[in-house]
Ligand binder design. Structure first.
Ligand code: 13P
Length: 256
């Protein structure tokens, strides 16, 4: 059976003290996680080490980074490699977030290299995809997202693909308060699973965790997570508030 995951992407929010305080509050009310229902926290690079110290004894709670450089080490001032992330205690890395694609010009060919660098360090990649509003309005979102997945991931062997989690985040739903409806999310997640099945077969596709992201909150998480192909969420704004984040985790725990 495939895993369900709720992952919190803090983006460029919370200094060290604020991050430690948030994690403390989450830990106080965190439901008991298990093999099939897990949580990932993705703070800034600076907080990975301290957050890892806070959560290292909590089973099925892991740390993720929000990005990594494609090279393992070298003269790349200001960058952070996958091996550094791993060494600080992280087990996951988010790659291909729409904000990285848009504001930092991350292309599919660069993302391929980042995916390879992360997998070489045995990190699990949370690979983001999702269409802008213009594509949704033109009703070409299925092809657009399929292409993002093909270009970023289809160079991988099946054994590597098992370490990929997909996050579908429609750009028009990120930070806007406008969530995809449950049927919209389900249709796209089903499309993504089919795209993966065409290359890697239905068994691997059926075992791939596909998260939804975009204005996910405690009030809509239950309905979204009830969709057969929605396996949890990648949470932005609501991950910065302990009560909201735990509410979303609880929705995952209560889902089938
Ligand atoms: P919001 O939950 O703030 O819409 O952000 C979603 C997101 O981009 C998570 O990566």
């Amino acid at each position: 059976m495939r895993k369900k995951i709720v992952a919190g992407n803090w983006k460029m929010n919370l200094n060290m003290v604020q991050g430690v305080s948030l994690v403390g509050a989450i830990l106080k009310n965190l439901p008991d996680l298990n093999e099939l229902k897990q949580v990932v926290l993705a703070p800034s690079f600076l907080n990975i080490g301290v957050t890892y110290q806070q959560i290292m004894n909590t089973p099925f709670l892991s740390i993720g980074a929000q990005n990594c450089h494609q090279e393992e080490f070298g003269a790349f001032t200001g960058e952070v490699s996958a091996s550094m992330i791993k060494g600080a205690g992280a087990s996951h890395v988010i790659l291909g977030h729409s904000e990285r694609r848009e504001y930092f010009n991350e292309t599919s060919s660069l993302l391929k290299k980042k995916v390879d660098a992360a997998l070489a360090q045995e990190l699990t990649v949370i690979f983001c995809c999702g269409e802008p509003l213009s594509i949704r309005d033109a009703a070409t979102e299925n092809d657009y997202v399929a292409q993002q997945i093909q270009e970023g991931l289809f160079h991988l062997e099946a054994a590597q693909m098992k370490h990929i989690v997909i996050a579908y985040e429609p750009i028009w739903a990120i930070g806007t308060g406008r969530t995809a409806t449950a049927p919209q999310a389900q249709d796209m997640h089903h499309n993504i699973r089919n795209v993966i099945a065409t290359k890697y077969g239905s068994e691997l596709a059926g075992n791939t965790t596909i998260l939804y992201g975009g204005s996910c909150k405690p009030s809509n998480a239950e309905e979204l997570f009830a969709c057969p192909d929605v396996d949890g969420g990648l949470i932005g704004g609501a991950a910065l508030n302990a009560e909201d984040f735990v509410g979303i985790i609880t929705a995952m725990m209560n889902s089938k």
